[in-house]
Design a protein. Sequence first.
Length: 423
Amino acid sequence: MEKRAHERVKVIFPVDLETDSALGNSSENKNETIDISEGGLRLVSRYKLPSLVKANINLPPCYSEDPRLAIGIKTKLRVAWSVESKRGKVFSGLRFADIRQKDADLLKGIIAYEVEKAKTKVCDATKPEVEIIREPHSCNMYAVDLTIGCENECKYCHFSMLQQDFWQKKYPNCKDFPIAVDLSPLYKMKKFPETVVYLSPSSDAFAPKARNLTHELLEFLLPKGVIFTVSTKNIIPDRTIKLFKRYHRQIEGIAMGLTNLDDKRNAILEKGCPAAGERLEHIKQLKEIGCFIGSRMDPLFPLVDDTEENLRRTIKALASAGVGHVTGTYLFTYGKRLRDLGRIPMLKASMAMIKEKTYPMGGAAYSVPLEHKKKTYEKMNELCLAQGIKFNTCGCKDSTLRETGYPLICRNIDYYQGQGVSK
């Protein structure tokens, strides 16, 4: 068998096509990649393509040169082959006919990351070792989890389950999740992250099993100049608050997750998290640290969290508690998680709206229709501005969001731009 010239990786990005014929890019004519390589890509579309097409491969902001924006790869593609399925879909193999060097380099980096991520070295140990790795899917930051699995028990979170599945393949002897990681490799580190470290992408750094390990990690890395950004739904212990206060210039921001003030809703969907009132009071305490404090209204469930009454009440409460910005992001989900959420009585009508394909971080899932999403984000931006705070959303969770008028990166933009601790 002839060896391929370039390694392919399975990633799904939406693609806008421009051809000599007026095929357009309507909702009926969605195009998306099946896989991609340095030489070209495989594409599925609803129509047969001409021999040469212009394309914009929509990338989430985390892959962009400037992650505040959703900048894709503009290129020309030549069709090598094309096959139409019985269901009316057209599968095509395309080669890059013209691609800028900086886009080729970006593509090379995406492929290298996906190839490395796919490598799973099986370990006989019963306890996973801590890993601080560059994670493009987390706004291109470094990231670390202190537990495999999460105690927050959020019904909607698939990140912890995906992480748990990944680690179980790597450490087959792992059982009884969540599992605290082994921190001993931390003390053997000779090179430290040169950009921000995110706590934590697939767990909560201040859940009961994680909080002591989080403090130990911070106590070791903060004196070495490492910068952190934090997202949590839990209460940060006093001793860690004192540590943050001492090194506040190395804290890009702390975001408290709070989407709805309804404790009944939260008890069902976020069983392991403190009540809304406790989180709001804790935000006031976090302001004493001297770093930027924000909040994540994430995920938003339609008809439950995106009503004007809830948005207005929650944003006003967050602003009164002292947050500087709000990150709002709609639910995206798929497969078993989508079906399970549909069985929760309070979400029955809500989940009926989760029907449009969306493209988070090189994959595909379902969310609310894009136009509904845009209207809600515009309303949230308006409500935040009225309260004197900033609004942003996580563009990495929807590659089709562009030109919104507010940042598409769920980070403290002022710190990111190099202004240091924002006020």
